[in-house]
Design a protein around this ligand. Structure first.
Ligand code: NAD
Length: 358
């Protein structure tokens, strides 16, 4: 059966980096004899300019039909005056909620060749390889009621609701246990169950589900301690499972341990393992069109697509090894360049990964 993939290049550096990811996709297609059906549609500011909507019907329709989506990034100063409901970012949020992409995977992996770029000492982060699994469509970011109201005494009060149902917790927990089975078989569930009832339930449900995964070691940690441990001794973690808000914060902290935003891929999955794969960075308007953006985060997102949607660890590893090899050979885009390395363009970096794959 063919692998149906939708390509959404987006804005800013989006087209430049996605073009390199497609080059790599074509290379693995030939190397592994994959049957790939590629589609392309518009999203974000580019879609707004062409069709008046950041998420045109044709894009949403195609997104529901395919197995996986490769996305560049959306947004930029050009659309800052556009009405809030038509902003480029709405296209991305619409896709996430429309496809029920509730499981967000954010790996924080430090390539040893880039250890100097980390904010921590090399000894603390060398070979760092953490996966954060964050619940993406529930929790306090979506809970109702929410708002700002005026009390009887005239004072204003802001309020949100932190709510998770058992089924919401259980489906993200299963995903996290299964991800841990594909890695180091250790899962740390992060909550605040000493204070918040919603996370008392979180801890209970995750512990119950653990009995179905006897090969995975489960531990629990309060979020404040987890933040401290991420900075103190990040290599103690394999997979971290957490809710939407804690995941938002912890995954950005973990990303910075690796030093470069241009190296980090991400995935957002639904319960059928359909996924949207994208770099964690934005459209980088300051360097768009210059041909100097780092395409590796997007290329590594393609590796994640093969690991999680298509269940092809062999293809995922081949892409990751090719990236490792080009770093070993000293290829660097401007964002990760150190002393005595050759600076290459976006296109040259993509071609180097392709050569290494072949
Ligand atoms: P950004 O991630 O686009 O850029 C931050 C800095 O990192 C910039 O200096 C940029 O040049 C650099 N950078 C980012 N990616 C790089 C790469 N691949 N190679 C080399 N350098 C890279 O964040 P920002 O400047 O805050 O946002 C710019 C626009 O992107 C905004 O409109 C924002 O809303 C949007 N954005 C989109 C997404 C998304 O589509 N998922 C995510 C974040 C931001």
């Amino acid at each position: 059966m063919s692998q149906k993939i939708l390509v959404l290049k987006g804005d800013g550096i989006g087209p430049e980096i996605v073009n390199e990811a497609i080059k790599v996709l074509t290379a693995v297609q030939h190397k592994f004899g994959l049957d790939i059906e590629l589609h392309e549609e518009l999203i974000g500011g580019a879609a707004f300019d062409a069709l008046g909507s950041p998420l045109p019907d044709a894009t949403m329709k195609k997104a529901t039909e395919v197995d996986a989506i490769i996305l560049g990034a959306v947004g930029g100063p050009k659309w800052s005056g556009v009405d809030g409901s038509l902003r480029p970012e709405k296209g991305l949020l619409g896709l996430r909620s429309g496809l029920d992409l509730f499981a967000n995977f954010r790996p924080a992996r430090l390539y040893p060749q880039l250890a100097e770029a980390s904010s921590l000492k090399p000894a603390l982060v060398s070979d760092l390889d953490i996966l954060i699994v964050r619940e993406l469509t529930g929790g306090i970011y979506f809970g109702e009621p929410r708002g700002i109201r005026t009390l009887d005494n005239g004072e204003r009060e802001g309020f949100n609701t932190y709510v998770y149902s058992e089924s919401e917790i259980s489906r993200i927990a299963h995903i996290a246990f299964q991800a841990a089975q594909k890695r180091g078989r250790r899962l740390c569930s992060v909550d605040k169950s000493n204070v918040l009832e919603v996370t008392v339930l979180w801890r209970e449900v995750v512990s119950d589900i653990a009995t179905q995964y006897p090969d995975v070691e489960l531990t629990h940690m309060y979020v404040d301690n987890a933040a401290m441990q991420l900075i103190r001794a990040p290599k103690q973690f394999d997979v971290i499972l957490t809710g939407n808000m804690f995941g938002d914060i912890l995954s950005d902290a973990a990303a910075m341990l690796t030093g470069s935003i241009g190296m980090l891929p991400s995935a957002s999955l639904n319960s059928d393992n359909k996924g949207m794969y994208e770099p964690i960075h934005g459209t980088a308007p300051d360097i768009a069109g210059k041909g100097i953006a780092n395409p590796l985060a997007t290329i590594l997102s393609v590796a994640m697509m093969y690991r999680y949607t298509f269940n092809r660890e062999d293809v995922a590893s081949a892409i990751e090894q090719a990236v490792n090899s080009v770093l070993d050979q000293g290829y660097r885009t401007a964002d990760i360049v150190g002393d005595a390395q050759k600076t290459v363009s976006t296109e040259e970096m993509g071609s180097a990964v392709v050569s290494s794959l072949q």
